[in-house]
Each structure stands twice: as C-alpha cells, then as structure tokens.
Ligand binder design. Structure first.
Ligand SMILES: Nc1ncnc2c1ncn2[C@@H]1O[C@H](COP(=O)(O)OP(=O)(O)O)[C@@H](O)[C@H]1O
Ligand SMILES: [Mg+2]
Length: 220
C-alpha cells in the first residue's frame, strides 16, 4: 500500500537535510509505528508521503496500483490524497461548524460520491466507532475521545488504501488513548488498509505490527 525509496528532504535554508535515502514499505493490512525524538522529521515524513510537502528526491508509491505521489502535480496529488489516503491528526481537526455527520461526509464529497449514498456510509461508520446516533451532534458537545472517534470514522469512510496518523492519541488521557488506539487498529485491519502511525508512546508502538525508528542517520 506504500513503498518509499530514496526519499530525501531538506527545508530551504536548513544547514543539512532532515533525511535522505529513506526506504520502507507498508503492506496491505499492516500497521507500522514511526517513532523518534521530537524534531527528527516524523511529521515531515508523513507530509511528504501525503504529498502535502514536496520531497527533494525519491519515489512514494501509493495504493495497489503504485501511483508515485512524488511525480504528481498539485492537483493530481490532491486527487490521489482524497481517494487513497485517510488522515488522523493529534488535534482531531474536526470542523466545528459542521455536525458530526457532515464532518464524516467530507471525504465522500471530495470523491464525488452521490449524496444519497452518504447517510448509509456515515451511519455504518458511526456504529462501528461506537458513536451510533451522533450524526446530528455538534463537535463542541463531544469529548476528546469522541472527537478522535469521529476523526477515525472520517479517515476511513472512503475506504482508503493508506491511513496516516500523526500522534493520534497524543491529546487524550491514557485510558481513552488506549480505547481509541484499539479502535483505530481494529478498523484499519478490517479495511485491509496499510497504516503509518507516528507516536511517542511505547505502548502504542508495541501494539503495531512493526516499528520504524527515525533518527538523524535515517530509519532503523
Ligand atoms: N515548513 C517547515 N519549514 C521549515 N522547517 C520546518 C518546517 N516544518 C518542520 N520544519 C523543521 O523540520 C524539523 C522536523 O520537524 P517535524 O517533521 O515536525 O519533526 P517531528 O514531527 O519529528 O517532531 C524541525 O526542526 C522543524 O522545525
Ligand atoms: Mg510531529
């Protein structure tokens, strides 16, 4: 679902590259943890994979047909991202002016899925993340754990090949973090998507299938 080779990135003006010649894969249904010290470049790596940040070198093959994100222009990258990738962010990024169902509908809208089909997809997903009946609720009335469940439903609703999660449980108390993580792993496995999860938590990393550690020398 993801095959990266020769990946390099240096921010303009930086004294040295953040990383170079990175190589790794994430298989279908495989959940990989990405760990490393703060500032080492984990979020940048995720953003390069998502085509949100341009890489300086390398190939980033995404999905069963191995489309190279690194070779696409901005519009094509946006389309590939919308159809193949689901995101879960630390700060949830649930839009406060849309209700829960409308938030989850965003990837369906981006993929041009008929609005008549939305309620079926959304209700099924809400039930699967333990939020049946939450569709008309406003995000402001939800707890942190509930908001992250909404974000997980939104990341999965369009059946992406690849889930990218940047410290998805970093804003939650330990018990809620465990519940949300279990749910994320269960849902990713059920969808046969691949997942790359940035985490500072040893516990989260150990719950994944494999751990990649990023340091200034590269990936281990
Ligand atoms: N848009 C940017 N422009 C310039 N430097 C950046 C940018 N984003 C991140 N950096 C720098 O790159 C380094 C890695 O950042 P980041 O990828 O956020 O690390 P991590 O997620 O591992 O904490 C940091 O030194 C950060 O200041
Ligand atoms: Mg980060």
């Amino acid at each position: 679902m993801l095959s990266v080779a020769g990946l390099g990135k240096r921010y303009p003006g930086a004294a040295r590259p953040l990383f170079s010649e990175l190589r790794f894969t994430v298989g279908a249904g495989e959940i990989v943890a990405l760990v490393g010290e703060s500032g080492v470049g984990k979020s940048t790596l995720l953003n390069c994979v998502a085509g949100l940040e341009p890489a300086d070198a390398g190939t980033i093959l995404i999905g069963p047909d191995a489309v190279d994100m690194a070779r696409l222009d901005e519009a094509a990258a946006a389309a590939l991202r919308a159809s193949r990738i689901g995101f879960v962010f630390q700060a949830f990024h649930v839009l406060p002016t849309l209700d829960v169902a409308q938030n989850i509908a965003v990837p369906l809208l981006l993929n041009g899925i008929d609005a008549a089909e939305h309620p079926r997809h959304i209700e099924e997903l809400l039930a699967r993340v333990g939020l049946a009946g939450f569709g008309p609720r406003w995000p402001a009335s939800l707890s942190g754990g509930e908001l992250q469940r909404v974000a997980i439903a939104r990341a999965l609703v369009h059946r992406p090949s690849l889930i990218l999660a940047d410290e998805p449980t970093g804003n939650l108390d330990p018990r809620t973090a465990d519940e949300v993580l279990s749910l994320l792993l269960e849902r990713v496995r059920a969808c046969h998507a691949g997942a790359l999860i940035v985490t500072h938590s040893r516990h989260v990393a150990q719950a994944c299938d494999r751990i990649l550690a990023l340091d200034p020398e590269g990936l281990r």
